[in-house]
Design a protein around this ligand. Structure first.
Ligand SMILES: Nc1ccn([C@@H]2O[C@H](COP(=O)(O)OP(=O)(O)OP(=O)(O)O)[C@@H](O)[C@H]2O)c(=O)n1
Length: 404
């Protein structure tokens, strides 16, 4: 049977044939031992970036200065990174100065958590210098060595600790929690893009409730854009089962809905989110507002479109503590499919047709009339048929035409 690892073995073998050491490392080894779905496969090696590039026909230089080259094998990308070693990456440019053979331990020592600091050779043998396996069994997150040192090397690791606690449903070791509390301020130096990725994963993990509690307990939440005084809102997020969310659009719609008083666009821009998400959250919040007064009507569903309608409905159901969300969403989907028309593109007449029949000067009234026709069709009171609509327009002209 092909597994993500067996497909990657030729990459390791090639490195070894050329006299280098090479191992699987990091998250993929952790996830294999946890029986979780395997994400990206990372390989660590004693070969230097230029040597990796020479050995494989298809490579992408994604950060040779940090020792990382992507190797494409059978169309799949593998991140191949030269051992991180004490002497630093600078030595890649002076290839004869360092010999990376036997530096695996050094490499693993520089990783964030013991559960992420295991390697696996091409025979499936696990190399575990820092008790990662034991900590996996104990469901605990511990740093490799001193937590303060690891967080000083990269402050994002503090948010990673919280995100893993949520995704894997692991506890944070007491000394890790304390070090995060002491070093939280270092998060000021971390780019917002990196924080956003971790925050999303943290919220969408299985134990977001615990991770949000940790955000508050360690004070790290104050280093997230616009969250400094939002304890009440974080408590609110904590009460929800966020694992039902299936997209970033849904997540950020929910967050902005809970925050209520923020200016949505500038808030989301401060998280450097893509325009697509900013637009969706803005539109969805307007819908949520409309739905506070009334339930779905055919026309509201039509105007929203199925994608937004489902996003919004899921959030409404979550907030109301509903426990049969998928049934309700299926009902709404059915209601959408029963609509006589699903989008304006399907409308068989245009503003030009209206002008021809009514023969008055163009103005906002044309768009208003088009919308009225759309509403009647969506409501099932008029057929989306050219002849019928034109007949309706002639009648309209007779009745109201003079007043326009
Ligand atoms: N700030 C970081 C980021 C990553 N790593 C190391 O690099 C590996 C790969 O990192 P990444 O791909 O970001 O995360 P994964 O652990 O693979 O987890 P996931 O794929 O679920 O994001 C980690 O396992 C860890 O050993 C680290 O030490 N410090």
């Amino acid at each position: 049977m092909k597994t993500p690892f067996s497909e990657a073995i030729p990459v390791i073998e090639k490195l070894k044939e050329n006299g280098y050491e090479a191992y699987f490392v990091g998250g993929s080894v952790r996830d294999l031992l946890l029986n979780r779905e395997i994400g990206d496969i990372d390989i660590t090696t004693s070969a230097k970036p230029d040597e990796i590039q020479e050995m494989f026909p298809k490579t992408v230089d994604v950060g040779a200065e940090h020792g990382t080259i992507i190797v494409l094998h059978n169309g799949k990308p593998y991140e191949v990174t030269t051992y991180r070693a004490e002497s630093g990456y600078d030595d890649f440019r002076r290839p004869n100065k360092v010999n990376f053979i036997n530096c695996l331990r050094e490499d693993l020592k520089r990783r964030d958590f013991t559960i992420n600091a295991m390697a696996m050779d091409s025979n499936g043998e696990i190399i575990d210098y820092f008790d990662g396996k034991q900590h996996l069994e104990e469901n605990i997150i511990r740093t490799v060595g001193d937590p303060g040192e690891r967080f000083n090397e990269d402050a994002l690791r503090m948010l990673r600790a919280l995100r893993f606690s949520s995704q894997l449903q692991f506890r944070l070791a007491e000394e890790v929690k304390e070090a995060i509390t002491d070093h939280a301020k270092l998060l000021d130096n971390i780019s917002i893009e990196r924080k956003t990725v971790e925050f999303e994963k943290l919220l969408r993990g299985k134990n977001s409730k615990y991770a949000i509690a940790l955000l508050m307990e360690t004070g790290t939440y104050t280093y997230l854009p616009c969250f400094a005084s939002k304890e009440k809102e974080l408590h609110c997020l904590q009460k929800l089962d966020l694992s039902v969310l299936s997209s970033s659009e849904e997540l950020w719609t929910l967050i902005t809905y809970i925050l209520r008083n923020v200016e949505i666009e500038s808030f989301l821009r401060s998280w450097k989110l893509p325009t697509k998400i900013i637009k969706a959250a803005g539109k969805n919040n307007k819908l949520l507002e409309q739905l506070q007064a009334n339930d779905w009507t055919k026309f509201l569903l039509y105007s929203a479109g199925l994608k937004s309608a489902l996003e919004v409905e899921k959030i409404r159901l979550m907030m109301n503590g509903h426990n049969s969300i998928s049934n309700k969403l299926a009902e709404l989907t059915e209601m959408f499919h029963r609509l006589p028309m699903k989008s304006r593109d399907e409308l068989v007449i245009t503003g030009r047709d209206i002008l021809e029949i009514i023969s008055k000067q163009a103005g906002p009234w044309v768009a208003e009339l088009l919308q009225e026709i759309e509403m009647l069709i969506v409501d099932g009171r008029l057929k989306n048929d050219e002849r019928e609509i034109k007949e309706w327009l002639y009648n309209w002209k007779q009745e109201f035409g003079q007043n326009y």
